[in-house]
Design a binder for this molecule. Structure first.
Ligand code: DGL
Length: 269
């Protein structure tokens, strides 16, 4: 048993989609969330750059006493999960990838779309995932840099974001995909807008629930689940805590927003 916090990182605010699930599934756990908003987006950076930045965040979370790290960012996961595990040998690190296998199980017509950042879409990790699980499906692997900035501003269902989304999702519509796997932690916040565009028959899957379950499993297996009656939630950003807190509260919904009491600015380098 350990009452140390779960450390959660993302390039920005998107990882709160995973934070929310973790807090829901693990209500006794304290969490520390760090957003590298200053260097966001990560999805157009090189894997080496992403690795360097992610390492700084892991170090920060370790300094704050994190007992486990959740990479609430697909781009970080596909860029450097293995390297980070080598760097922090004793620290459990959970990564996130799109639920490609589930998508292949859910699809009726064998046509699935994966929506992620450009870096994730072109990564060897994603290619491997597709080869491993989706050989029998037609996969539209779509990377875009145009959506993350909207979520960072808290713009998730405006006309402007829907116009951009419509253009991006056109490739899925033309190819008649009936199942979409979200491969970026920012994108679950765009679910409503996506549903309006794709219609009710297209299933949109994200990995937030799976990551929270995996985190719980890893903690249980290492006997590190907490027994804390009143857990603490800390939030850090590398740029503009005021904007972050406003957008964060808006994105996570009323109940969860109460848990975001303050956000602190930090410098990591
Ligand atoms: N939220 C991140 C992901 O899951 C990265 C978004 C970005 O910074 O480009 O990929």
């Amino acid at each position: 048993m350990s009452n140390q916090p779960i450390g959660i990182l993302d390039s920005g605010i998107g990882g709160l989609s995973i934070w929310k699930e973790i807090v829901t599934q693990l209500p006794d756990e304290s969490t520390i969330y760090i957003a590298d908003s200053k260097n966001c987006p990560y999805g157009t950076r090189t894997q080496e750059e992403v690795y360097g930045l992610a390492k700084l965040m892991v170090n920060f979370l370790v300094g704050k006493g994190a007992k486990i790290i959740v990479l609430a960012c697909n781009t970080v996961t596909v860029s450097c999960l293995d390297k980070l595990r080598e760097d922090f040998l004793k620290l459990p690190i959970v990564g996130t990838v799109p639920v490609v296998k589930t998508a292949t199980e859910k699809t009726f017509n064998g046509k699935i779309g994966i929506l992620s950042t450009p870096s994730t879409a072109s990564s060897a990790y994603q290619r491997h995932l597709i080869e491993q699980f989706a050989k029998n499906c037609e996969v539209i692997n779509l990377g875009t840099k145009n959506l993350v900035p909207f979520v960072e501003k808290g713009e998730t269902n405006t006309k402007k974001v829907k116009d951009v989304l419509r253009k991006e999702l056109d490739k899925f519509i033309v190819n008649k995909v009936d199942t979409i796997a979200l491969g970026c932690s920012h994108f679950p916040f765009l679910r409503k807008a996506m549903e309006t565009i794709m219609g009710k028959k297209v299933m949109i899957l994200d990995s937030t629930g799976a990551i929270a379950r995996q985190t719980k499993r890893v903690l249980a297996n290492s006997n590190k689940l907490s027994s804390q009656p009143s857990p603490l939630y800390e939030f850090y950003t590398t740029n503009g805590s005021k904007e972050f807190i406003n957008v964060a509260r808006k994105l996570v919904g009323n109940e969860m927003a109460k848990k975001i009491e303050s956000v602190e600015n930090v410098s990591l380098s």
